[in-house]
Ligand binder design. Sequence first.
Ligand code: ATP
Ligand code: PRP
Ligand code: MG
Length: 389
Amino acid sequence: MSAIQSLSPQGLYSSASVPAKISLKFTVSCCSLAPSPVTVVNGNAAEKRPQERNEIRLGLPSKGRMAADTIDLLKDCQLSVKQVNPRQYVAEISQLPNLEVWFQRPKDVVRKLVNGDLDLGIVGLDTVHEHGQGNEDLIIIHDALEFGDCRLSLAIPKYGIFENVNSIKDLAEMPQWTPERPLRVATGFTYMGPKFLKENGLKYVTFSTADGALEAAPAMGIADAIVDLVSSGTTLRENNLKEIEGGVILESQAVLVASRKSLVQRKGVLDITHEMLERLEAHLRAIGQFTVTANMRGSSAEEVAERVLSQPSLSGLQGPTISPVFCKRNGRAVADYYAIVICVPKKALYKSVQQLRAIGGSGVLVSPLTYIFDEETPRWRQLLSELGL
Ligand SMILES: Nc1ncnc2c1ncn2[C@@H]1O[C@H](COP(=O)(O)OP(=O)(O)OP(=O)(O)O)[C@@H](O)[C@H]1O
Ligand SMILES: O=P(O)(O)OC[C@H]1O[C@H](OP(=O)(O)OP(=O)(O)O)[C@H](O)[C@@H]1O
Ligand SMILES: [Mg+2]
């Protein structure tokens, strides 16, 4: 987990800060980062200042590919978002009283966190970086919610003058780019795109922007390169474009992000954050694991434990649980068999089953795990230390 790093506001190419040799075609659509205005009627605030509200606000994506996955993830954490109809932008989570859920476009979630109109949000890391623009009030609470995986990448055509260009260094060294004929880049990432190219030594660049289907721009002759999100790579491939070495700007997935000010100053935000973090971590840890039980003949629990621990994939989370399985013999309860219970990473399941069999395990049962609650989540400890608490 980390707060947003190395995105200093100086990196933004505003018309005032763009180096003379780089011209920008687009106008960066600018949101006001100042607090919402307060209407004063007869000397009283007619509208509550953001700082004065009592409710805690969580912003979730109202539309797009993140929306459904966010609701599903919360549901899997037993946090069901009650939205009466899809056009209603406010909802609640009955398990978290005093929390209001507000559905907003992902970029507006970030803007409103910065403004103080939201306290917490779930969006892609790319959106946090692009629309947070290095604002130090934003703090990433959970950096890997395991959906919305993609990367922000620079891509160029596979053909023509780019045929042998395979790295960002090659691209920067191309003699074609001059003040009269700069590299033309199409991107919706008007903060991160220019910042990245500048940092990588591209001197003569212009940018244009569009809301979608950017991959068409090079073939249409509108741009030489694009900066856009890539997931499977299909859209790039289908449009004869390629990524190049050093051209990945950011690896992204869904994150839980908060306003540092809210966490520290607004009553209850830290408690709700703790509960959400615990539920998310318990669920996300569990989905990568199976519970495996097996029976094993042995003379004692210790002897069985030694056999189990001799295998590299069978140590479980904190070591195996081994319990005697009793049967009645000559009127006495005796244990010839022991039941072993371990947690196994999903990826290592088959290897673990093979190892269990190799040491005499039989009747192997595999079941999914729903939650793994640890004593305290490392992300919580790290958050407290980042907040200086
Ligand atoms: N191809 C993809 N695969 C996986 N995740 C993606 C992909 N494209 C985008 N994302 C993630 O989903 C987020 C939302 O993307 P989406 O296209 O739904 O909304 P948006 O681009 O913010 O909205 P709009 O296109 O209306 O401006 C992105 O910020 C990114 O984190
Ligand atoms: O690598 P892939 O799996 O092919 O995904 C990448 C595409 O997904 C996103 O587009 P989106 O579907 O959001 O469409 P839009 O940007 O044109 O609205 C992104 O802008 C790329 O175009
Ligand atoms: Mg899109």
